[in-house]
Design a protein around this ligand. Sequence first.
Ligand SMILES: Nc1ncnc2c1ncn2[C@@H]1O[C@H](COP(=O)(O)OP(=O)(O)OP(=O)(O)O)[C@@H](O)[C@H]1O
Length: 332
Amino acid sequence: MIEAQGLTKRYGATVAVDNLSFEVKPGKVTGFLGPNGAGKSTTMRMILGLDTPTSGDVRIDGQRYRDLHQPLTKIGALLDAKWVHPNRSARAHLAWMAASNKLPKSSVDKALEMVGLTSVANKRAGAYSLGMSQRLGIAGALLGDPEVLLFDEPVNGLDPEGILWIRNFMHRLASEGRTVLVSSHLLSEMAQTAEELIVIGRGKLIAQSSTQEFVDRASGTTIKVRSPQLDQLAGVLNQQQLVTRIEDVDKQGKALFVEGDLTTDQIGEAAAAHGIVLHELTLQRGSLEQAFMQMTGDSVQYHAHDELAHVGDVRLDAPSNVEVVSGPKEDN
Ligand SMILES: Nc1ncnc2c1ncn2[C@@H]1O[C@H](COP(=O)(O)OP(=O)(O)OP(=O)(O)O)[C@@H](O)[C@H]1O
């Protein structure tokens, strides 16, 4: 369990993290989402004692990181998979990490096996592909068999097979009862990986809920109906104060879309009561992309506007981030 209370970090005039409170519970993968510059990495660094909060506090199973006796046995993290010395083998790298935390040598073999690197453990890490480097980073996080794991952008740049491996591995870690917090920009990937979400914008909490609730709350649901008597059905539903619209749908002709608090059962029954034939009745949920854009739109727009106004600022990346989070093919 990770608990943040009023966590705040200022760098001069920049408030990177602003009075942030959240809980990350065990047994689930929790996604940590936010536009570029929202404060995700700063928060992760504060959880790991790599940055000191300006105010507030964050605890791992009730303890601050700095008070942990053997940190790797409590919390493991993958922040940057490429920080390994390129001439060192995976085994030597892990052995060095294990020794620095007074962990037994057997922990190295166990971690290598968990991530499937045993057969290449003596190769230089500099010759590893990105996917193998990520696995090595994850092996480092697992060395002390910790209950809490943090992964910062673990699937960035990976091919579909690597992404699938990481997703399944995270599910496995959570099913073992561990607390798993993972940040990512790949929203369609997050929708499949994370059961819970913490969403932040400009350092502040925007939402903490299950992924499904977040999507439903932000983007709502729509019911799609196809029928040879669409106008008649629209009339019936409009009498019930429901918002309906008829649109052309590729190859299927026209369809009626119904928004509001009605279930597919109720629409089916209303149609039957008026002798209206239905060809399709489908509940359409919004996507995490839509929900994310809806909920974080203001914070992204603010950043874009704010930073374009300060052309000397190094982070002129917010406008392009808008494309990244909404792009259809971001999960390469
Ligand atoms: N060491 C630092 N000194 C000054 N400002 C910093 C420092 N680290 C982060 N910031 C600022 O704090 C804010 C939050 O940055 P952070 O890297 O935590 O965001 P993020 O959500 O991880 O972004 P990204 O998704 O782009 O990695 C940004 O405005 C950033 O410029």
